[in-house]
Design a protein around this ligand. Structure first.
Ligand SMILES: Nc1nc2c(ncn2[C@@H]2O[C@H](COP(=O)(O)OP(=O)(O)O)[C@@H](O)[C@H]2O)c(=O)[nH]1
Ligand SMILES: [Mg+2]
Length: 198
């Protein structure tokens, strides 16, 4: 009887765990986003971007939100490292796809990579957050920046969200620290309500 009640109590109070896959081409700021999440959720005491090295394997962070437990997987984005991404797709409850809004010359590459990921059967129906990173550089007069509207229309033109009814494009700066936590909150809300994978 005790074990039955204990099992019931455990089930009632156990925290759901969600896995978020951070994807995007190299240098867009994926690991910086992860470091910012660690600071936002008090896993790391301070934000030290200068210590971030190019990702070769996988960075993992576990985060406790009042609503759930989150596991973030940040994978290396260089062309040669992307071949392992699909090994993680089946386990992912959502995708956080990072784009660098300060390098227009790499937008086409980001779109191609996003298309390849999102069309994979193992990711169909998974909530997708596209994070337009490096917004701190957009209003500095840097010539190669592009707007979130441009990003949104490129995504729509290519029909990238056709098999992802739950999607959102948002922006911010992992470096300066705005927009990331709001994006994570959106992911939590949608993962909780998504019936396909959860
Ligand atoms: N200005 C600016 N630079 C950023 C931002 N996020 C990342 N970076 C820089 O972009 C470079 C690549 O970042 P990194 O996180 O290693 O990218 P990754 O290869 O996608 O993991 C580093 O020099 C970061 O400091 C941002 O929001 N604003
Ligand atoms: Mg990295």
């Amino acid at each position: 009887m005790f074990s039955l009640l204990y099992g019931f109590w455990q089930k009632m109070f156990e925290r759901v765990e969600y896995r978020v896959l951070i994807l995007g081409v190299d240098q867009v700021g994926k690991t910086t986003v992860l470091e910012r999440i660690k600071v936002d959720y008090k896993i790391a005491a301070s934000f030290r971007p200068s210590t971030i090295l190019p990702t070769v394997g996988l960075n993992i962070a576990r985060v406790e939100d009042p609503a759930c437990r989150l596991v973030f997987w940040d994978l290396g984005g260089q062309a040669g490292l992307r071949s392992i991404w699909d090994k993680y797709y089946r386990e992912a409850d959502s995708v956080l796809f990072v784009v660098d809004c300060s390098e227009e010359d790499r937008l086409a590459e980001s779109m191609e990579v996003m298309e390849e990921c999102l069309s994979n059967n193992d990711l169909v129906g998974v909530p997708v957050l596209v994070f337009a990173n490096k917004q701190d550089l957009v209003n500095t007069g840097k010539a190669t920046t592009f707007s979130m509207e441009t990003l949104g229309s490129r995504i729509m033109e290519r029909g990238l969200f056709e098999s992802h009814s739950i999607h959102h494009v948002t922006g911010g700066s992992a470096y300066e620290g705005f927009g990331v936590k709001e994006g994570v909150q959106w992911l939590i809300k949608t993962m909780k309500t998504n019936q396909i994978k959860v």
